[in-house]
Design a protein around this ligand. Structure first.
Ligand code: G3H
Ligand code: 13P
Ligand code: ZN
Length: 332
């Protein structure tokens, strides 16, 4: 994969003029009206940021790069901020939002809101009792909306199964979003978008048997909050091709199962405007590296394997943008 580079200063200045981060507000309004969804991709390092941006650029799709607390701990914000800024210079025409994924508390949400690189944050109070989740979310929303350049806030109601920020949510602790509560939650907290628990979970083991999603919840919330942006976490489809490659070359991820792509497209048509993807990126990279190491055991120039891993991320994201229906939908 070729990463475009600006070597000419005039062009660089031109790029700086046009680059701008946006919030997700306008992206979501168009996605809702057009019955498609915007992809939100978790990023932790340079190669993934490059792969995702290259795909967004090639497909002319709007996109969200999201940074979790884990990503901040791994790479550190100075590096992540620098990489994001560079991405904006290299891809000046991207319609891009940078978002905090699963903000655990007010302090981190505020720190990200105060950081110019973020235009959007998630405050995840889904583990709290209903009223406490509302109160925490409202506190973040009030802060974000009162900024001189207002930013946007995603919240979560209901509890996904799987692993969130290293806290394992067991199946018995997971519960689906109650549409009545969702309406009250949005009204009282003022959040700009809401993540629903509809049967997905984080990670590569989403279903023990046939995948089932609660489409009725999307339908119900959508009809009671017309035009309101809904979010689906845990949306990786865990492609068989990656799982098989991992397992063929020494991996041990048996019985991994994700959300079938047809279900993602259906959810997008029904009112899901943001679809979160992290696991599929991890699988694309791991499958590529495992195959490479097995086939070329004497190679130790890391560029030789990080380059195809980055290309695998790009190809996976390009495919996903078509599944979501957001290819060709960017506005500059
Ligand atoms: O929802 C969780 C995301 O996949 C981020 O995962 O906390 O390991 O960065 P992480
Ligand atoms: P996956 O684990 O399905 O990729 O979900 C990622 C996610 O929801 C990030 O917030
Ligand atoms: Zn999530």
């Amino acid at each position: 994969m070729r990463i475009p580079l600006y070597t000419n200063t005039t062009r660089n200045k031109e790029a700086k003029k046009t680059m701008a981060l946006v919030t997700s507000k306008n992206m979501f309004a168009r996605a809702h009206a057009g019955h498609y969804a915007v992809g939100a991709f978790n990023v932790n390092n340079m190669e993934v940021i490059q792969g995702v941006c290259e795909a967004l650029s090639e497909a002319n799709a709007p996109g969200i790069l999201q940074i979790s607390k884990g990503a901040r701990d791994f790479a550190g914000m100075p590096f992540l901020r620098g990489l994001m800024q560079t991405a904006l210079e290299v891809y000046p025409n991207l319609e891009l939002c940078v978002h905090l994924d699963h903000g655990p508390d007010f302090e981190l949400a505020k720190a990200c809101l105060d950081d110019p690189i973020f235009t959007s944050v998630m405050i995840d109070g889904s583990g709290l009792p209903f009223e406490e989740n509302i109160a925490l979310t409202k506190k973040v929303v009030d802060y974000a909306h009162s900024m001189s350049t207002p930013k946007v806030v995603e919240a979560e109601l209901g509890r996904l199964g799987g692993i969130e920020e290293h806290v394992v949510v067991s199946e018995k602790d997971a519960f689906l979003t109650d549409p009545d509560e969702a309406v009250i939650f949005v009204e009282k907290s003022g959040c700009d978008s809401l993540a629903l628990a509809i049967g997905t979970s984080h990670g590569a083991y989403k279903f023990k048997t046939e995948p089932v999603l609660a489409f009725d919840i999307i339908e119900e919330v959508s009809s009671r909050l017309p035009g309101y942006p809904l979010v689906m976490h845990g949306s990786s489809s865990v492609p068989e091709e990656f799982v098989n490659l991992c397992n063929k070359y020494g991996g041990q991820i048996p019985n991994a199962k994700g959300v079938p792509e047809a279900m993602i497209t259906r959810a997008a048509k029904m009112g899901i405007d943001k679809v979160n993807i992290d696991t599929d990126i991890r699988l694309a990279i791991t499958a590529t590296l495992r195959q490479f190491f097995a086939e070329k055991p004497s190679e130790f120039d890391y560029r030789k394997y990080f380059a195809p891993a980055r290309t695998a991320v790009k190809q996976m994201v390009l495919h996903k943008l078509n599944v979501l229906g957001c290819a060709g939908k960017a506005v500059q």
